[in-house]
Design a binder for this molecule. Sequence first.
Ligand SMILES: Nc1nc2c(ncn2[C@@H]2O[C@H](COP(=O)(O)OP(=O)(O)OP(=O)(O)O)[C@@H](O)[C@H]2O)c(=O)[nH]1
Ligand SMILES: [Mg+2]
Ligand SMILES: [Zn+2]
Length: 356
Amino acid sequence: MTISNSIQTWVGTVLAVQANFYRVRLDPPQAGEGLEQSELLCTRRARLKKLGQQVMVGDRAIVEEPDWMGQRGAIAEVLPRQSELERPPIANADQVLLVFAMADPVIDVYQLSRFLVAIESTGLKIIPCLSKADLVTARERREWCDRLQQWGYSAIAISVQTGVGLERLRHQLERRITVLAGPSGVGKSSLINAFAPHLDLRVGEISDHWRKGKHTTRHVELFELPQGGLLADTPGFSQPTLSYLPEDLIHAFPEGRERLASHNCQFKDCLHKDEPNCAVRDSWERYGDYLEFLEEAIAYQTQLRRSRNPESRLKLQSQQNGTSTYEPKLETKRYRRTSRRTQQQSLNHLYDEAQE
Ligand SMILES: Nc1nc2c(ncn2[C@@H]2O[C@H](COP(=O)(O)OP(=O)(O)OP(=O)(O)O)[C@@H](O)[C@H]2O)c(=O)[nH]1
Ligand SMILES: [Mg+2]
Ligand SMILES: [Zn+2]
């Protein structure tokens, strides 16, 4: 608790946004002042509204004048964000936990590669997780992990049936905000239930309600893990959208980053396709994926250049989404790689306008 201008203020984390209310969990030592509840349902101060200051799930907020009995409060200020995911809208996420099942459904390697490339654009740490280890042999498990290692990722094999890998994963989630991602049916909700059984999330059902329009797209929630850490479930989706510019794409591949770190291509603007003396073009497993995504990136850039009027912007947006229904898109507003910042902001500018 701090005292400023004789108004008592508390600091907490926004766990959920529901209409014009924000569910805020106050930081532990200050919660309740002897009362039980540490969560308050808060409104946003009019001043924030006037400033156009949005409050997102994951935001660190200063809460004034809590009414402990009514469990209400008001958000007076939002602290600066460390990161900002656009879809799903989550502030201050530290990492993305990408789950793919080794069986039932079996891994679609191209889809896995695509998810990794999409998530790389957030600049957040990626924890690849291979689930349903109980359904495959120890050898298969090793082969998948080795394969991902070749791509530059240390994957964790887990099973909520046998508990394998859960302790190792639990450590990686402590004190962090983690966003779950992955296709449908791989066991994302089951994993949250394994860590926090009291939540009793629905498993084994296609979470269709997520995709049914604008209203539900805003429903993102952070779950508190008993051992510490916050986890956001997302609905499974099949094809994440990629919105890279051609020259940026190679940085979404650890294999490409590694090659560029040790050698330079002859041409500064090399797209690592068929240019002479390229340091990247080589026999690495996902080079074919790179070439395929590069074609998409080139098409995307062409569309962007054409989109000068609002009408074509909308068109671009709906093409990008593939359908008019909601699909989560793991993409940050603020890039850590400064070289891409300007480009990214302009992409999001298009997105925001199309949404309005
Ligand atoms: N054998 C086995 N089955 C699992 C495991 N984890 C989850 N399952 C099963 O896989 C099915 C899908 O699990 P969910 O947790 O609903 O998957 P999800 O990723 O949340 O799916 P969506 O919400 O549709 O994206 C359920 O029938 C689970 O019981 C596991 O470790 N081993
Ligand atoms: Mg689920
Ligand atoms: Zn090159």
